[in-house]
Design a protein around this ligand. Structure first.
Ligand SMILES: O=P(O)(O)O[C@H]1O[C@H](CO)[C@@H](O)[C@H]1O
Ligand SMILES: O=c1cc[nH]c(=O)[nH]1
Length: 253
């Protein structure tokens, strides 16, 4: 491979790519996802972008961590698109904004409130942050078949964690029916749409609405059971979705 084929941040070229990619935020999640795959190849670990490739039910899948927030997610989406990835599903964690949501529940994002900066550098804030409908409906179908507890609706992507207004902001969006908060989905959806990449986002609830945020995220990082189960479920759900979509594509050719 020519050096110039390499993308500057993810450090991958076309010959290391795949049609489908899973995008966790945390590089530490990459190995845990790889445990679900066959023929695993460890590719590169540069900055926050840790990448592995493997096969799920015969379908080649790339896993690349995006790091925290919109800027590094935008870089990952742009560079992965240049290597030839055409479908990307985020496998993230989130904070619940509704009382009926428990740690380990899954959230399938139907749209994202663009309360972050990255997507605004691309296009007017009126432009919607939405997933690809075929990928989102495939995720919903697989979630029902797997009998995983899940919620589908609007989420909010944000840029801050520790401002003095976090509770007030969360309450504002909660009262308007927003399900959960993360930091990457809006950038993924907007940039994906603009670049004609199919995207979707599955989030694992790691903190309940009334919980203490720092404590819950510490519990998740320490491997707390319900949050770890939610993570395993979101991985399995995304991989089953890729297998389903790949089957559809093969049958239509
Ligand atoms: O677990 P990941 O995928 O990183 O997602 C969530 O966790 C981080 C904050 O703890 C943010 O990146 C947020 O979006
Ligand atoms: O409350 C939370 C928890 C995880 N990730 C977020 O972005 N917010």
């Amino acid at each position: 491979m020519l050096e110039t084929d390499l993308q500057p941040h993810i450090r991958l070229g076309r010959n290391q790519s795949a049609n489908y990619a899973l995008l966790p935020g945390d590089p530490g999640r990459v190995k845990r996802i790889a445990a679900f795959l066959d023929d695993v190849e460890e590719l590169v670990y540069n900055r926050e972008f840790c990448s592995v490739r493997g096969k799920y039910k015969g379908v080649s899948v790339l896993i690349v961590s995006t790091g925290i927030g919109g800027p590094s997610t935008g870089i990952a989406v742009e560079e992965l698109n240049k290597t030839g990835v055409k479908t990307m599903i985020r496998i993230g964690s989130c904070g619940a904004l509704q009382d009926n949501m428990k740690v380990g529940d899954l959230v399938i994002a139907q749209a994202a409130v663009r309360d972050e900066g990255t997507s605004k550098t691309y296009i007017d804030p009126c432009y919607p942050a939405v997933p690809d409908p075929d990928v989102m409906f495939a995720i919903l179908k697989c979630a029902r078949e797997l009998n995983y507890r899940h919620h589908c609706g609007i989420i909010r992507s944000h840029d801050s964690f520790y401002t003095d207004r976090e509770n007030e902001i969360d309450n504002y969006w909660s009262e308007r029916g927003v399900l959960a908060a993360d930091m990457e989905t809006a950038a993924l959806f907007v940039i994906g749409r603009l670049r004609e990449v199919r995207t979707a986002s599955i989030l694992n609830v790691v903190t309940e609405k009334t919980a203490i945020l720092e404590q819950s995220i510490n519990d998740y990082a320490s491997g707390e059971r319900a949050a770890a189960m939610g993570e395993e479920r979101e991985i399995k759900l995304a991989l089953e979705t890729f297998a389903f979509l790949s089957g559809l594509e093969l049958s239509s050719t």
